[in-house]
Write a protein that binds this ligand. Structure first.
Ligand code: NAD
Length: 491
């Protein structure tokens, strides 16, 4: 399959109160494919006024899912999973063209999204609450888990079907209604996901969709008409969201700068394979990416050679072209950050061993060469901040303790991976790394979607945990019910 030249841009409307509508002020923005540079969509650009309309509609529909039985909600989620899977062949190429990822990765993401709805269906139908021991013989106390009401969901562009599905599946299964604002650069695929929800029978007004940036985003976070906020995105935006959300329940999944630690005793073959997956999957645009590769002197040369060989096998190209294993970056902001981090590293003494710049001769300047950089200094931006591009930067460490110190010196703490055959070192790293997830002898990019995922307290990677029952816990609130069991004549 080749570039889709000459395709007429698709008009994409907001979805408010069960209807596809234009923005109230009639504004729209062009959706440009990072793969081709073509305008592929004309997207309604929501203002805070549209956000308020969505909030009103959601509040009118507030009981629509809460009043269903748990099993009815579970069945709804299972139907959504089926609907997403049935649409996979249509959705995957659209996702590739809009986001930039190769078709195989787009298909994987859509199947992952479907699995999240299936998991939420199962989790909610098995959710138990407690009947608690009490201090008073006449009292009985039990707990209920109830929905918050209207949940604002704000999501990024790197997994524009998968990440929203983490929130939407648990929110709907738990009986909430949702106002969702995806990242502007992946608005079109968001509309497709909502179509799948509607085909499955989501009640009118229970899901509302707004496109645009900070304007509508801030409104749905701050407005008292929403009762909880789920946000995945950058640390900078997440910090603003926390300010605007005030005392609402908040789940923040923010940036990472994940260390991959490769120790002397590691199985180097599998370490290199896993690290390359962690660096180059989705062109490095994963919060879990291997952002810093910490190697001991003893294994440095072999790891470097292995990563150069992996980078040379990456097939950079149009995401729908057969054989492509890496597509363009999604937007100029992320490409410019990659330029800046490389420049900074070079100025501080790093050596580019492979790649190191935007590729030439491709339809847009968002195609970035897979890059391997050696001798990255500890004070470089690469070690201190998230890069979010296809880069494998090596930093030499003395031993496991030095590796942990370098890893923890960063102000972010989301995920890490460790390669070692020493069980003691594996435990030491798992326990001492200041992050929410540690993968041992597994790529940094691995996550099965059902296990707790999130940032280390006090670092800039977020608050709370996503994943399986954790997301359902976030999407519900606990209520304690006290019952006095005395008969009237005993009182
Ligand atoms: P971003 O913070 O720029 O945007 C995220 C969302 O917030 C978008 O929908 C955006 O339009 C919206 N937004 C922007 N400003 C806003 C404001 N003032 N008020 C309300 N909403 C606002 O992030 P991005 O560039 O889309 O995504 C990349 C980032 O997401 C990376 O840092 C990455 O690490 C992070 N991320 C984290 C996880 C995780 O699970 N921890 C997963 C994926 C991505």
């Amino acid at each position: 399959m080749g570039p889709e030249a000459g395709v007429k841009p698709r008009k994409v409307s907001l979805f408010i109160g069960g209807k596809w509508v234009d923005a109230a002020d009639g504004r729209s923005f062009d959706q440009v494919s990072p793969a081709t540079g073509d305008v592929i969509g004309i997207v309604a650009d929501a203002s805070p006024d549209d956000a308020r309309l969505a909030i009103d509609a959601a509040n009118r529909a507030k009981r629509s899912l809460a009043d269903l039985t748990v099993l009815e909600r579970s069945e709804l989620c299972a139907r959504i999973a089926d609907s997403i899977l049935a649409a996979q062949d249509r959705l995957a190429p659209e996702l590739s063209l809009e986001q930039g990822k190769p078709l195989k990765e787009a298909s994987d993401e859509i199947r992952f999204a479907a699995s999240l709805f299936r998991d939420a269906a199962e989790t909610i139908s098995n959710l138990e609450t407690s009947f608690m021991p009490t201090v008073n013989r006449d009292k009985r106390v039990f707990t209920l888990r109830q929905p918050h009401g209207v949940v604002a969901v704000l999501t990024p562009w790197n997994y524009p079907v998968g990440i929203p599905s983490e929130y939407l599946s648990a929110a709907l299964a738990s009986g909430n209604v949702v106002i969702w604002k995806p990242a502007p650069s992946t608005s079109m695929i968001a509309a497709r996901l909502v179509e799948c929800l509607l085909q499955s029978g989501v009640p009118e007004g229970a899901v509302n969709l707004l496109y645009g940036g900070a304007g509508p985003g801030q409104e749905i976070v701050a407005n008292p008409g929403t009762q909880a906020v789920g946000f995945t995105g950058s640390t900078a935006t997440g910090t603003l969201i926390a300010q605007h959300a005030g005392a609402k329940p908040l789940l923040l999944e923010l940036g990472g700068n994940g260390p991959t630690i490769i120790l002397d005793d590691a199985n180097l073959e599998s370490a290199v394979v896993g690290t390359a997956i962690g660096c180059f999957t989705n062109a490095g645009q994963i919060c879990q990416s291997s952002e810093r590769i910490l190697v001991t002197e003893k294994v440095h040369d072999q790891v470097l050679d292995g990563l150069v060989s992996s980078a040379s096998r990456v097939r950079l190209g149009h995401p729908l072209q057969t054989g492509t294993t890496m597509g363009p970056l999604n937007n100029q902001g992320v490409a410019a950050k990659m330029d800046g981090h490389l420049q900074d590293a070079i100025e501080r003494g790093a050596k580019v061993i492979f790649g190191g710049q935007r590729a030439k001769g491709l339809p847009t300047d968002l195609y970035y060469q897979p890059s391997v950089v050696d001798q990255v200094s500890r004070d470089s931006l690469i070690n201190r901040q998230e890069t979010f591009g296809p880069i494998a930067p090596l930093i030499v460490v003395r031993d496991v303790d030095d590796a942990i110190a370098v890893a923890n010196s960063c102000g972010l703490g989301l995920c890490a991976s460790v390669y070692t055959t020493d069980i003691n070192a594996a435990f030491r790293c798992a326990e001492r790394l200041e992050c929410g997830v540690v993968n041992v002898n597994e790529s940094a990019a691995y996550w099965d979607g059902r296990t707790p995922f999130g940032g280390w307290s006090g670092k800039g990677s977020g608050v709370g945990r996503l994943g399986g029952i954790e997301t359902v816990r976030f999407m519900t609130q606990l209520k304690s019910v006290v019952l006095d069991v005395r008969y009237p004549d005993e009182r």
